[in-house]
Each structure stands twice: as C-alpha cells, then as structure tokens.
Design a binder for this molecule. Structure first.
Ligand code: ZN
Length: 302
C-alpha cells in the first residue's frame, strides 16, 4: 500500500499448534486468515500452570479445542481482551463455558465512545461484556505474571494494550501491527484518538510488542514513530487531493490507494474518512453539508 513504513510480512504458523515465543509466552493461531487478520488471530498464553490468555479469538470451536487441549493439565485463570472485534473476543464465551475463566476488558463494544454501547459498525462483537471492567493503569496479577493495562482508543474506543512487567513486553492487540497499518473506521474508530494513543506509546519504553496478528515488533518506539509519519503523510495527501480538485472520499481512495485489494476498498474509504473527520474537527477542512462519508470537502481558507 505504501513504502514509507517497513512492514514485516514474514510470519509462519501451523494452525492449531501451540508454539513457544519465550519461556513465559506461547501462541496459537486461529485459522481465520483474511485481508484484516493476515494469517489469523494469534491467541497468546502467558505463564505456566495457571495462565492468562490474551484474545481467545473468533467464535471457532476448533480453535478453542486446540487451545484447551494444548493447555491440558494447566488452568486458564484470566482471559484478557484487547478489544471487541469478532476475530478477538467471541471465543471468550466458549472458553468460559469450559473453564470458568473470567474475562477482563475495557467494556462492551463502543464502550469508550457511547455510554450505551450503540451499534457502531459491522465486525464488532456486540455480545461481549467483560466480567471485570478494566481502566488504564489497572494491574492484573496471576501466578508468576503481572499485567498493566493501557487504554489506547482509536482502532476501537474500547481498545486496551496489556503490558507484561516481567518481560517489559506490550501486547498491543490491533493498535500497532507489524504486517500492516491499522484500520481506523468511524464512528467507533477515531483518528484523533488513534494518533494520541500512538504518541503515548512512542513515549513508553516497552522492549518488544506482540501484536495479535503477525510477528513481534522489535524497536517498537521507532516503528510507532514511522506509523505516525505515515499517518501524517496520508493527511498531507488528502489535503493535496483537495487542492487538486479531488473533493470526495471515493475519488481520493481511487487516487491514493492504487492497486488496492478490492476487499479493502471499504476499509480504505473509512480510513480516509477518519482523517477527514479529524481534519474537519480541527477546522482545516469543511464539508459541503454534514460531515459524511459521501460528502464533498474543501479546505478552509486561512
Ligand atoms: Zn480489531
């Protein structure tokens, strides 16, 4: 899509097979590859004996069976949920039915944006309600492991990252991924929030990230700064489109995302729309009428 960030698309996995990432961290990948999920959802297991699971995955009994059989003789004591997209949280219900393991998350889908958990987009797991609601800075402790949660709204309003103290490692969910940029899709996705969350992460000293999709990210601060530059570039390109008479989002996507996988065009439009909302809110541009994905836009003359 772009050449400014060096994405890492080298990632091998055998579906349903638990692999050791570090002595403390294991991962098993669900067989749900796709344009948004890369090779599939990586469910992380942290600890030995009494373990935490991060993002149990999609509503897929085969994946849950594989996870539980790989953990035969161990006990899942916690399920940590980064956010409520359908490739991350629905398996929590199945895991809970079979193990009783409680779920920890920020709140239902849309929780960070709409108090009522309004229906905000397709792809949200509307059924998920955490057993334990987590705020930024909450500490979740188990046998031999300690997590601190970091609220990172933007991809979704209820997105959390989990910092594993023992390894100074961050599990950033979909907020930062090594293989691709993150979809920021309004109304629950919010570009201003997303950029603020990225800036906040860039100032932390996490040693490594383990995103849900794809491989780990070393030197994560450098990578996060590159993603911020990429977003700034995208914003500049959008303003350039307006200056050259491309005034609606469909035409901008056709110009900016040449050769894009057809299945991703809807997401690209939403991503551009999220920049447009941010630019409109900042008073840089304005819509002809309401701020809408189908509207025409122009620069606000200064
Ligand atoms: Zn997601």
């Amino acid at each position: 899509m772009t050449k400014d960030v060096s994405f890492n698309r080298k990632f091998e996995c055998d579906y349903g097979v638990m692999v050791e990432v570090t002595p403390m961290i294991r991962r098993i990948v669900a067989q749900n590859p796709g344009p948004y999920t890369f090779k599939g959802t990586g469910t992380y297991v942290v600890g030995r004996g009494k373990v935490a699971v991060i993002d149990p995955g999609p509503d897929d009994p085969v994946h849950v069976d594989a996870l539980l059989s790989a953990l035969d003789g161990e006990e899942i004591t916690h399920q940590l949920i980064t956010h409520t997209h359908i490739d991350h949280s629905p398996a929590a219900k199945l895991v809970k039915q079979r193990t009783g393991a409680k779920t920890y998350g920020f709140g239902p889908h849309g929780a960070g944006k709409y108090a009522q958990g309004a229906v905000v987009e397709a792809g949200g797991d509307q059924d998920f309600v955490p057993d334990v609601a987590i705020k930024s800075g909450d500490v979740i402790e188990g046998e031999g492991w300690t997590f601190e949660s970091v609220h990172t709204p933007g991809h979704t309003s209820n997105h959390l990252c989990f910092h594993l103290r023992e390894e100074n490692a961050l599990f950033p969910g979909d907020h930062v991924m090594g293989w691709s940029t993150t979809v920021v899709s309004p109304p629950d996705g919010d570009m201003a929030d997303y950029l603020a969350s990225l800036r906040m992460l860039s100032e932390r000293d996490d040693a490594i990230y383990y995103p849900t999709h794809g491989g780990p990210i070393n030197k994560p601060q450098k990578y996060v700064r590159a993603i911020l530059v990429h977003r700034k570039l995208r914003e500049t390109q959008i303003l350039d489109c307006l200056d050259k008479g491309t005034t609606n989002i469909s035409d901008m996507v056709a110009r900016l995302y040449k050769g894009l996988d057809e299945r991703l065009i809807g997401a690209a439009r939403h991503s551009v729309f999220s920049h447009i909302i941010d630019l409109s809110n900042r008073g840089v541009i304005q819509a002809n009428g309401d701020i809408d994905i189908a509207a025409e836009y122009k620069r606000v003359s200064s």
